[in-house]
Write a protein that binds this ligand. Structure first.
Ligand code: PMP
Length: 395
């Protein structure tokens, strides 16, 4: 890799990396560094500090069934859902996890058959295109409890199953519901992207198991905090049991930072806090960034007829009180030229994407992160226009 990077500080305070021509841009992961500009503007207001004597214990609240959940985080999780209106929190049991990735594992464990003699291996399915990590998570330990059974669209086995329902979906941003619809199935709703910067909040989600993550809501993927809202206490308790064996709880520092971040976001949306301090509404600010990026992407794609990018309906958002399009965290792009391996095509232009194959689809598709830092996104748009140009000349 001959690329070099020069850093400088932008006038809004964010660090910009100026890549040389040959730099590789990695848009494979959904690394949410787009959120850096918002948090940099806040500066000292978002500082969190700890003293050496704090948070030594494994325990956060021995009286709570989820004994490692920091009470302050529990409160802020409830506050943010109540304010945004994206999920019902009343009468739900909250389980915190090291990212929602750990909670996916905890939920699979909790929903499995634990009878000691010959447990029934439960099938795990999701409709393609599905989030590529589900298969990896389900099969990593070759568990006897659960096993990846592929695309929910072609699932025809009798017996119990778990369906992962991602809404809005990763990779294609579509709003989803369960697909298999059989009585012996249980659903895990992964709502990582059900936030107003990505999509209209049309009603509070009200499902048995709902997963959320700080990574995609506030941009703090590095803190590794996710949470589950669980209706059934026994299921929630089994998830806690998994967490106990897997990691004996979740970092207190990360939870306290997460609580502070969520509290700031709630404050940024509240009229009573805003007049005193210069605090942009978090969701409005970041939705504008997403909208601008999507416009730039659609403009460059429109100029030529080589790529197809998913279109989204306009919907009324209860949170913003406006009709809005969706601005998903990923662009799900299809190359219209027959037989083209889209991941390879982008790689030739030094753009790393994730192939449709990883999501149970054809290689004409790729998933591209829309959450990168500004410089990577600028370079991506610039290179995309040259791909389009060179491909049309070859036609
Ligand atoms: N679910 C979905 C749908 C995701 O896209 C992601 C992150 N890519 C996760 C779960 C995991 O997020 P984390 O472990 O960072 O909380």
């Amino acid at each position: 890799n001959k690329s070099s990077t020069i850093s400088s500080v932008h006038e809004n305070g964010s660090t910009r990396n100026h890549h040389s021509e040959g730099a590789i841009i990695n848009l494979d992961h959904g690394d949410p560094t787009i959120y850096e500009s918002y948090w940099k503007k806040l500066g000292e207001m978002s500082r969190v500090t700890f003293l050496g004597h704090q948070s030594l214990s494994y325990f956060s609240n021995k009286k709570n069934f989820c004994w490692f959940l920091e009470p302050k985080l529990e409160e802020e999780i409830k506050n943010i859902h109540n304010m945004v209106g994206n999920a019902i929190v009343e009468d739900r049991h909250i389980v915190v996890g090291t990212g929602s990735s750990q909670l996916i594992q905890a939920a699979l464990y909790a929903l499995s058959d634990h009878s000691l003699n010959e447990p029934n291996t439960i099938s795990v399915v999701s409709a393609s295109p599905y989030y590529s990590a589900y298969q990896e998570i389900a099969d990593l330990l070759r568990s006897g409890l659960f096993k990846w059974a592929g695309d929910a669209r072609s699932f025809d086995k009798d017996g119990p199953y778990i369906e992962m329902v991602t809404s809005p979906n990763n990779p294609d941003g579509i709003i989803r519901q369960g697909l298999v619809n059989r009585p012996n199935g249980v659903l895990i709703h992964d709502l990582a992207y059900y936030w107003p910067q990505y999509t209209a909040i049309t009603s509070p989600a009200d499902h048995d198991i709902m997963l959320f993550t700080l990574s995609k809501s506030t941009g703090h993927a590095g803190s590794r905090i996710g949470w589950a809202l669980v209706r059934d206490k026994d299921v929630a308790k089994k998830m806690v049991k998994f967490m106990e064996i897997n990691s004996i709880g979740v970092s207190k520092e990360a939870q306290i930072r997460a609580a502070t971040i969520l509290e700031i976001i709630c404050g940024s949306c509240s009229q009573s806090v805003k007049p005193n301090i210069d605090l942009d509404n978090f969701f409005e600010y970041n939705k504008n960034l997403m909208a601008e990026r999507w416009k730039r992407l659609r403009d460059v794609v429109k100029k030529n007829d080589i790529f197809y990018v998913t279109k989204y309906p306009i919907q009324y958002c209860n949170f913003t009180g406006d009709f809005t399009e969706a601005y998903p965290a990923f662009a799900w792009m299809k190359c219209k030229l027959e037989g083209v391996d889209c991941e390879k095509l982008f790689k030739e232009h030094k753009i790393l994407t994730r192939s449709g194959r990883r999501f149970g689809c054809d290689p004409e598709y790729v998933r591209i992160s829309m959450l990168s830092g500004d410089d990577d996104f600028d370079l991506f748009i610039q290179r995309l226009s040259t791909i389009i140009g060179s491909q049309s000349l070859n036609d």
